[in-house]
Ligand binder design. Sequence first.
Ligand code: SF4
Length: 342
Amino acid sequence: MRELPIIINNEENFSLVEITHLKKWFPVQQNFLDQILAGHIDHVRAVDDVSFTIKRGEAFGLAGESGSGKTTIGRLAIGLEKPTAGKVSFDGIDLSSLCDEDLRKLRRRMQVIFQDPMASLNPRMCLGDSISHGLKIHYPESAAEHRDITLSIMEKVGLTPPHFFFTKFPHQISGGQRQRVVIARALITNPDLILADEPIAMADVSVRALLLDLMVQLKNELNLTYLFITHDLATAKYICDRIGILYLGRMAEMGDLREVYGYPLHPYTQALMAAVPVPDPHKRRTQIMPAGEIPNPINPPPGCRFHPRCPIAKGVCSKDEPELRELRSGHLVACHFAEQFL
Ligand code: SF4
């Protein structure tokens, strides 16, 4: 069988992930008969022309409301979905050029931390077997070492003593410990990229900060690259170096996290920022989230997709779609009138 060329480029500014003009449209009428009866095919435009890069060792956040397309982009980024158009490159390799077998081999370098650990762990498998499952798939030749590698990863993520946890089952441990198991399972193949999809959303508030600290510590120790998906800007602040704000399948704003949080230039980002709770009872929010729901992605509004909810929309906003423009160094925004916030 042909071996997949593994090129590991450790240059500091090397883009480990490159997403270029990515689109993912899902047909609403799934089967041929429905398409004939409807006379046309409607599409849910989950992702509609999104581009960004993630440097090696960087944590890139994707934030937005439900339905903004962030989870679909995550799945496309690691090859779990095929794009309708556009390109995803990982370490210089175009994922669309790989056969299923090569993609499977490359996946040991791209692992996932899912939102709900209870749903993603097999209830009949002990924790040690769940964590080491990736080793059995990708490194069957080194079976004699699997137990020691698994115990060492369990210790690294705080499942101590590891021998005690190895034989436990998911229902016998707490929610925070289950999330540590999922993190250990993602690390077991020594990946470069971790897709973390709302990784602490199901954890108790009391352990969220501990889990985020653990993720930051592991990133620094193992030079991991994160694609961190969240609806919560307060969470992204702990872990991300750069962030992209998505709205209805398009990038509204993108840049260095401190830059975007310090100088939000898009009215949607400003609304999301205003909704972040402040730990000071004397400070009140000056703004609330824009009125209304995120529009239907089957038939997005013309022009700027945010215009039906935007407090500063003008006539041009419902006609011309704004381009993503760089208004400050490395800080891009898709709004016709963002200059007024400079
Ligand atoms: Fe609001 Fe217009 Fe800017 Fe869109 S382009 S965010 S509608 S001001």
